[in-house]
Structures are given as C-alpha cells and as structure tokens.
Design a protein around this ligand. Sequence first.
Ligand code: ADP
Ligand code: ZN
Length: 213
Amino acid sequence: MNIILLGPPGTGKGTIAQFIEKTFGLRQISSGDLLREQVKEKTTIGKKVEPIMKEGKLVPDEIILKLITRKVRQLGKTGFVLDGFPRNLEQAKLLDEMLKKEKIGIDIALEISTDEEVIVKRLSARRQCRKCGKIYGIDIKPEKEGVCDNCGGELFMREDDRPEVIKYRLQLYNERTQPLIDYYLEKEKLKSIDGNMHLEEIFDGVLKLLGNK
Ligand code: ADP
Ligand code: ZN
C-alpha cells in the first residue's frame, strides 16, 4: 500500500505518518526530514535549501523530486507513506511520471483537514528529536522536558515554527497545496479525516480508513 498525506503544516502529518509506519509496516518518506538531513550534513543541496527553508518557502521542485525518487528506489517493494510531498500541482505531476516509470501506484491520498487556530497552537508547541526525528507536541509530551523518550536525544524547536513564518507557510499551503485536494479527488484517490480532533481519535480514524485495505 502506498499513501500520500495531504494537509496544512502543523496538522500532524509527520506524527500520523509515524503511526501509519508502525501500524501498517509502511515506510515514512518525509520531504522535510530529507531536506533537513541534507542541511545537517552540509551537502551541496543542503547549502542551497537552508536559507529557503528558514523562510518557510518551497525549495525547487527538481531538488525535492530527486531526494524522493532516490528514497522510493531504495525502498523497493516496501510500501510508503509520503509526508510533505507533493506540495504543488507541478510536483504532483512529476510524482505521477516518476511512479509510472517505477511501476508503482498510489492507493490513497489522505487529507487531514485542520482549522488554522488549531494549527498555530500546535506548531508553537512542536519539538523534534535531533537524533531520531521523533515529534512531540501538545498531545505527545516527553517524560522529561527537552529530552527524547526514545533515544535520549535533544529536542529542538524548528526555526520555521516561529509565528510569522507559520503564517506565511499557511498562506503558501492555501495557494499552492490546497489545489491538490481536487487533483486527487478527480483521480478518486481522496479520503479525508478531521484533523481538529485529539491525536488518538485521528489515529482511530486512520485505522478505520486503512485497516481494511
Ligand atoms: P511542514 O509540513 O510542517 O511545513 P516540512 O517538514 O514538511 O514542514 O517542510 C519544511 C520545509 O521544507 C518547508 O517549509 C519547505 O521549505 C521545505 N519543503 C518540504 N517539502 C517540500 C516540497 N515538497 N517542496 C518544496 N519544499 C519543501
Ligand atoms: Zn530521539
């Protein structure tokens, strides 16, 4: 099974992807994590995308497509859950072309729809582990503040989770990513879940939707 997660930033896509990974044995492919890895390792790509990401802007389509394609090939037959890609219509079309070449199909585009005030609240509380990538927030708090339960790694706040950047990212989502909902609706791949609920309820919804697949 291959899944695309759609929804505004801060809607819990990363956490939901990690849940799907654990529950259904799929592999999470997070475009944001792939890019942050490049930044951390100071690669050529990393140096190029770092300033763009700090401002919450979209990095060039070719760059993110390259990283995603590499990851999809690495996975082989293992199913995946795509988180953060595609983010605009051009990327959706590039993804379709790439998957066709790889003879891979998308089963579901899962939309998590969330109100803006809920998003702002969540993003301001979000922390992520520097070592293993686990995400903490309002619903999932670490036992000891600032320390990862999983691996003891340090938790950090992302620079693009500052309020002014959050506002910009939301606007970008509405303009560029929202049209993808119709794109997948027309392809009869779209399913939606109410992202305003408590995470546990969202997980239940995901189970019901994907459980009998
Ligand atoms: P969020 O979904 O919470 O905004 P991500 O971790 O998915 O955060 O992305 C962080 C940043 O990485 C984005 O603001 C953008 O700069 C870049 N990015 C991630 N995915 C893409 C993509 N598909 N296309 C272009 N830029 C991307
Ligand atoms: Zn950790």
